[in-house]
Design a protein around this ligand. Structure first.
Ligand SMILES: NC(=O)c1ccc[n+]([C@@H]2O[C@H](COP(=O)([O-])OP(=O)(O)OC[C@H]3O[C@@H](n4cnc5c(N)ncnc54)[C@H](O)[C@@H]3O)[C@@H](O)[C@H]2O)c1
Length: 319
């Protein structure tokens, strides 16, 4: 298969592109290398991917419709894994128009470009557990209406899922939205909790700990997530929404203590109350993904955190 992976220079996208390239697929990555976090990290991911002869990176923006139309016409992709996005919940509150432009309009541009080039077998869209907002249905299940997103990032992702349905209904596009639950692991995003905790322990950087760590997250190891995306890519389903989580929430306080134990040190935390955009609980019901695509997360939180810490200590902190 020839697969376009958008957001390929990012955390999950680079892990996915590498997995696909290693499996022998022809992979084209697309990324705009923005400075939401240090672009040097994205260049390092690109350099790792460039060691595969069946991979190439295109530097482009998903808001550039013309460029996307030309790219799809030239390449004739079989499938798209659309991971490019602005993904910061707090930043989305400051810049809602930008988040809608990238996360919703960017998704529409890609679907339009795919259709204009004659269609593709499958479009897999990276969505988020944030679409569940403050749902009372726990564990989170795909039948939930998800019509009360707490911030513009979640609203844009939910809107893109819904637009995907229209494109499926009208134009026959196979569209699967995979909703990720708090992903962590090697090459992790520096603005996310696992990385922030490690930075705090090793460099003494002060970081906020909301609600004294009394928040639950369904932490999911990146290899399990990329396995789920590959399964979704290989199985066009018409139109589906699928949770990709671990199905086993962990208290933030316990997650912190796991990393502190591995690092042999303590984080420098400032206690804060959660903001209106934060949820206390995320917990995935993963039975639908198990049934429809054979998704089967394997990595326990302690094993995943250990692998994350080994990577951080070796590559990021040179310990
Ligand atoms: N990490 C998580 O826990 C998590 C949870 C739920 C959903 N997601 C989703 O998974 C996807 C990947 O997230 P990630 O954690 O790897 O984040 P990331 O920021 O590391 O990766 C996103 C990539 O998209 C690129 N990008 C952003 N705007 C772009 C644009 N306009 N044009 C082209 N490229 C652009 C960025 O440069 C970046 O490399 C995102 O769609 C995100 O919303 C992530």
């Amino acid at each position: 298969m020839k697969i376009l992976v958008t957001g390929a220079a990012g955390f999950i996208g680079s892990n996915l592109a590498e997995k696909l390239a290693r499996a022998g697929e022809t992979v084209v990555g697309l990324d705009n290398f923005n400075d939401y976090y240090d672009p040097a990290k994205k260049r390092a991911n690109e350099a790792r991917l460039n060691t595969y002869s069946n991979f190439r990176m295109v530097e482009a923006d998903v808001r550039d419709r013309q460029r996307l139309f030309e790219l799809f016409a030239d390449e004739q992709f079989d499938a798209v894994a659309h991971l490019a996005a602005l993904a910061g919940v707090r930043k989305a509150i400051e810049q809602p128009a930008l988040y809608v432009d990238v996360d919703l309009n960017g998704t529409q541009n890609l679907m339009d470009a795919a259709l204009a080039a004659g269609g593709i077998h499958n479009f897999v869209f990276a969505s988020t557990s944030s679409v569940y907002g403050n749902t009372q249905q726990i564990p989170f299940v795909e039948t939930d209406a998800c019509d009360r997103p707490l911030q513009p990032y979640a609203a844009a992702k939910r809107a893109a899922e819904i637009l995907g349905y229209s494109y499926h209904h009208l134009f026959g596009l196979n569209f699967t939205a995979v909703r990720f639950f708090t992903v962590y692991g090697p090459n992790g995003r520096p603005d996310m909790m696992a990385y922030l905790i490690a930075d705090s322990i090793t460099k003494g950087i002060e970081i906020p700990l909301y609600e004294g760590g009394q928040m639950w997250r369904d932490w999911t190891y990146v290899e399990d997530i990329t396995d789920g995306i590959v399964l979704a890519l290989n199985k066009p389903l018409g139109y589906e929404l699928l949770n990709l989580g671990r199905g086993e929430p962990t208290l933030l306080r316990d997650f912190v203590e796991m990393i502190e134990e591995l690092a042999g040190g303590k984080g420098n935390f400032v206690h804060k109350t959660k903001i209106a955009a934060d949820v206390v609980y995320t917990y995935a019901d993963i039975s639908k993904a198990r049934r429809l695509i054979g998704y089967d997360p394997k990595v326990s939180v302690i094993d995943g955190v250990t692998a994350f810490w080994r990577w951080y200590a070796d590559k990021e902190a040179n310990i």
